[in-house]
Design a protein around this ligand. Structure first.
Ligand code: PLP
Length: 397
């Protein structure tokens, strides 16, 4: 006897992982340089020099017993203090180290928060297009997973549509800014009325609707774009953060949850998050990485490579005729598939070893996502193929 649901989750690989695996197999046959794999959001920039130096120094100069020992489950005070200082300097946010819970990245932050909020019958609302893992995370936590469908409204946040999909059982709405898969940044002028609506609906339902802000791409923004710090706009925000993308450390697993003191039942929610993490086997985040973050919380990513790829892709695809949202953050571009047959379009791309992720898993069929943290040569090689695919698709109309 075993858990059917767990089995199914283990047996079905995500479409992104599936494509990535396919890309590796093709690379063994045709050579890695000939596989144009835009599937996985694995940063291609090395981690910043400050991080490499911090690791070397910490390993050389820290007593190994202390270095590799357990830390408190909530994270070492020096780490939480460094993160609080950084957030307070940037956002004047009033963060106290006691409001932070150090995790092994955004995914464990999300699973702990979801589980902490999963009162019997509770529902969570995601806004398409969304990160596909939200669904298994939420459903495994026991939350009913509701979706605001993707609008043709240039995929921008629609307060009205979100309001229409809230129910008296909605305990949280999840938002991801900058967004995976669109790369779009939702600006303060859209978020203010959104926050007002959540306040009004919370009062109507007689319980808070928390806004879970999933922000692993917070620092990956271009052209002086500003990502609003949501706890400043909406008091019932819970922030899930990760250094996977901002410091190019996805395999190391380090991030945090921030529960602002102004949030309703702040301490109880924090305690439930700690309990939820405990129930899933969290003991503490890796001690070495906590020490690295204690030193490098203020370090920011180098964006030149991503930015060059972003500009090239966006401008060329727009000139070809593709319909797409302007990406201002993260390292994704989300493109409407031309012609009437998205599956055939994606298959043709795959046959040319151009690996594009279908929008279906993000809740937005009819689109593809490209993750552009790749070598610029791969972007250059992909463009004539994308031009040809476009012509073929519109010619068949
Ligand atoms: N949330 C979003 C929107 C992501 O894109 C990712 C990873 O790609 C995660 C969460 C998970 O990040 P982590 O590697 O920190 O668990």
């Amino acid at each position: 006897m075993f858990n059917e649901n767990a089995y199914l989750l283990g047996a079905q690989r995500s479409c992104i992982r599936e494509l990535f695996e396919y890309g590796r197999q093709r690379a063994a046959v045709v050579g890695a340089e000939n596989v144009l794999d835009f599937s996985l959001g694995n940063p291609s920039q090395p981690c910043p020099q400050e991080v490499t130096e911090a690791i070397a120094d910490i390993v050389a100069n820290t007593d190994p017993v202390a270095l590799h020992g357990y830390t408190p489950a909530i994270g070492a005070l020096e780490t939480r203090q460094a993160i609080a200082d950084d957030l307070n300097e940037r956002y004047d946010a009033g963060v106290d180290p006691a409001d932070l819970f150090i995790t092994c990245g955004a995914a464990p932050s999300l699973t702990a928060v979801f589980k902490a909020l999963a009162a019997p019958g509770a529902e969570i609302l995601a806004i398409a297009p969304f990160f596909p893992e939200y669904r298994p995370f939420a459903e495994t936590a026991g939350l009913k997973f509701n979706i605001v469908p993707a609008t043709s409204h240039k995929l921008k946040l629609s307060t009205l549509l979100v309001e229409q999909h809230l129910t008296p059982k909605t305990v949280a709405v999840i938002i991801n800014n900058p967004n995976n898969p669109t790369g779009m940044v939702t600006k303060e002028k859209l978020l203010r009325p959104f926050a007002d609506m959540l306040r009004r609906k919370s009062a109507e339902y007689g319980h808070p609707i928390y806004l879970i802000s999933d922000e692993p791409y917070r620092e990956l923004v271009y052209e002086d774009e500003v990502v609003p710090f949501l706890p400043k706009l909406y008091e019932n925000t819970i922030v899930c953060y990760s250094y996977s993308k901002s410091l190019s450390l996805p395999g190391e697993r380090i991030g945090y949850v921030y529960v602002p003191q102004a949030a309703t039942d702040s301490r109880a929610i924090y305690t439930a998050i700690a309990g939820a993490a405990r129930s899933m086997g969290h003991v503490c985040a890796p001690s070495l990485w906590q020490k690295v973050i204690a030193r490098c919380a203020r370090v920011r990513p180098a964006l030149d490579l991503y930015d060059a790829n972003r500009k090239k892709l966006f401008h060329t695809l727009a000139v070809i005729g593709y319909e797409l949202a302007r990406p201002q953050g993260a390292f994704y571009i989300f493109v409407r598939i031309p012609g009437g047959d998205p599956a055939a379009f994606l298959e043709k791309a795959k046959a040319r070893d151009l690996l594009l992720v279908p929008g279906d898993d993000f809740g937005a069929p009819g689109y593809f996502r490209m993750c552009y943290c790749v070598e610029p040569e791969k972007v250059a090689k992909s463009l004539p193929i994308l031009a040809e695919l476009y012509r073929d698709a519109v010619d068949t109309l």
